[in-house]
Design a protein around this ligand. Sequence first.
Ligand SMILES: [Fe+2]
Ligand SMILES: [Fe+2]
Length: 278
Amino acid sequence: MFGKEKIVTTTYQMQIEAMEPCKIALVSDLHDHPGDRAASILAQEQPDLILAAGDIVERCTYGESEYTKDIMNKYQGIVNDGSLRYKLSRTLLRAGEVLHKKNSVLCGGLPFLEKIAAIAPLYYGLGNHEWYFYPEDRAFFAAHNITLLDNADVYTDGVRIGGLSTRYDLDWLKAFAKKQGPKLLICHHPEYYFRHIKGTEWDTFDLIVSGHVHGGQWRIAGQGVLAPGQGFFPRYTYGVHEHKLVIGTGLSNTASVPRWGNPMEVVMIEINHTKTNY
Ligand SMILES: [Fe+2]
Ligand SMILES: [Fe+2]
């Protein structure tokens, strides 16, 4: 069940007048699994830009930084309210994590990033499994021209690209949102858009790409069943929302059971001036 499930390519066409037409790839949630199949898809697709929306590697060992699971959960708004619903969802997610660690060879993230950085410029936002990076990680990113966006933004080829980490910095986000020109936001958590951005004065992004929810693990009649941070029957697990938020289902299965009706995916977003398909 680990690494053997199907990976598909999902393509969306989006209209962003302020940007030059281009092909943007979205990848997320490899969780250090081998990424050769996804890298082959990207080599075939030849995107102009690759956005990695977090949880590509696993950097969440206690004692390696000041961060803990409790701290990360607090950012995500995950609180133990004592309910049966909370306990059941945490037990299922925890069981998945334990089995995942036991069965996985956790070393696929960096080789994957190296491969895909050779295909197109790569911008990397951080998820809840990336609490910290080691100095050697940062040296690796620099050596392979991988732009790490940890509550930070850059300007390139007429577009600004920012990354809102799980450990979010809303002051940075607000400053980024006020900058002129087309803006892309890598935001691991789709629920952060609805919690922190939608309807606010900094809802100025042309495109937001997310992962994290793994499509809701099982999809029945288009509805995901369970997602971290959203619980059972989560609302934001897949596809395009609000004409700007694209959620990918990720590149690995970290649960103790297979995914169902919910293939892993490389997402291609074709930016153009005339047509949309969502
Ligand atoms: Fe994930
Ligand atoms: Fe995540």
